[in-house]
Design a protein around this ligand. Structure first.
Ligand code: NAD
Ligand code: DAU
Length: 352
């Protein structure tokens, strides 16, 4: 029975990953270590909280004593590091916390895993450290071409720079100690339980509250979108089949301009709710994000050819599932958008 340490498992992708894994496998244990920052939410995990193979530990990946306790008490086979400060706009306002969690927290996890997994000059053969990274570490693309794993890292925001720093340190533990690591670099995720500071849930939440939908700059920046369950499936396959030391890009050939996404989701919401009064008039072009990367696009050939993963969910289907999920979970949405969120929102958009 394998034991997974999932860090950041109360966040958007981490909680989807835990739900995905526990619905797929009966013979695994999952320990979820999460600090419960503003984006961590235990109600994401209501559906599995009573599963006897699941355990939650509230804590910080920067807390070395806590990590020591966890590795001492449990025989951890796989460490999957989702824990991070994840929002680019927040990193522009407050970079330090991104360096602390994303860089120092990752080093702490590497050190503890190295301590418990190392056998003399080698490592226990079936252990694995998976660093959940991002395509943003490659920087920005022009109008053509895609990110491949062997491109140089060229991050621009404090967020992506902190993730790139962590990637280099994770890679150095393979190069130096032959630690069994993989780094995954996925494109933009969307789906259930995503905090409504990110574009897609923000569009849905603002539409439902009849509030302007802010579009940065000319709205023509391009992101490459992937339904979150597809990301979870890819991570599971990398744990099983990934070659030690390798980096894998994850993406589903779904490039869209931001303005397309906004208009498309407004149309889907109009159709699903039958409320045709809400139109594109909600769209509000606002001041651009500082250093806004123009285009991201993933070349997923390596994971497709070496691991056999391929995106299977069409963008239109994923968006419909997502819109329906938010409409059916208004209580979840209202709870996390009350209180602190209002202050965040007013502060973030006050100069735009
Ligand atoms: P999220 O902000 O929704 O979740 C982050 C989680 O980490 C939260 O539960 C939070 O409480 C926890 N956390 C933060 N600091 C912590 C700390 N010091 N110790 C322990 N827990 C801590 O983020 P997400 O969108 O789910 O992203 C998860 C990971 O995937 C991140 O590493 C991110 O860089 C990466 N990623 C995200 C996307 C995306 O589109 N969202 C795409 C590619 C990669
Ligand atoms: O590419 C993967 C990355 O995707 C992850 O590593 C990050 O954790 C995740 O936050 C995401 O980063 P982005 O900056 O691409 O996502 P965000 O949803 O913040 O923005 C998507 C695009 O929409 C981007 O071009 C900025 C734009 N935008 C965003 C917001 C919040 C707007 O036009 N208006 C908005 O209000």
């Amino acid at each position: 029975m394998k034991t997974y340490l999932v860090t950041g498992g109360a966040g958007f992708i981490g909680s989807n990953f835990i739900i995905y894994m526990l619905s797929r496998y009966r013979n695994i244990n999952i320990i979820n270590l999460d600090k419960l920052t503003y984006s961590g939410n235990l109600s994401n995990l209501t559906s599995i909280v009573d599963n006897s193979n699941y355990k939650f530990v509230k804590g910080d990946i920067c807390d070395k004593d806590l990590l020591e306790n966890i590795f001492n008490k449990h025989n951890i086979d796989y460490a999957i590091n989702f824990a991070a400060e994840s929002h680019v706009d927040r990193s522009i306002l407050e970079p330090e916390i991104f360096v602390r969690t994303n860089v120092l927290g990752t080093v702490n996890l590497l050190n503890i895993a190295k301590k418990y997994w190392r056998l003399a000059d080698t490592f226990e053969s079936d252990k694995r450290f998976i660093q959940i990274s991002t395509d943003e570490v490659y920087g920005a693309l022009g109008t053509s071409g895609c990110f491949t794993e062997n491109m140089p890292l060229d991050p621009h925001s404090p967020y992506s720079s902190s993730k790139a720093s962590a990637d280099l340190i994770v890679k150095s533990y393979y190069d130096t100690y032959k630690m069994p690591i993989n780094i995954t670099r996925c494109s933009n995720n969307y789906g259930s339980y995503q905090f409504p500071e990110k574009l897609i849930p923000l569009i849905i939440n603002n539409y439902l509250n009849n509030r302007p939908i802010p579009v940065y700059g000319d709205g023509k920046n391009i992101r490459d979108w992937l339904y979150v369950e597809e990301h979870c499936r890819a991570i599971d396959m990398i744990i099983q089949k990934g070659k030690i030391g390798e980096v894998y890009n994850i993406g589903g050939h779904n490039e869209r301009e931001n303005i397309y996404i906004v208009k498309y989701i407004i149309n889907v919401l109009n159709e699903v709710t039958g409320n045709n009064k809400i139109s594109n008039k909600l769209i509000k072009y606002v001041k651009d994000r500082k250093g806004h990367d123009r285009r991201y696009a993933i070349d997923p050939s390596k994971i497709e050819n070496e691991i056999g993963w391929k995106s299977e969910i069409a963008f239109e289907d994923g968006i419909l599932k997502t819109v329906n999920w938010y409409l059916n979970n208004k209580e979840w949405l209202n709870k996390i958008t009350s209180g602190e969120y209002q202050k965040y929102y007013e502060n973030m958009y006050k100069d735009k």
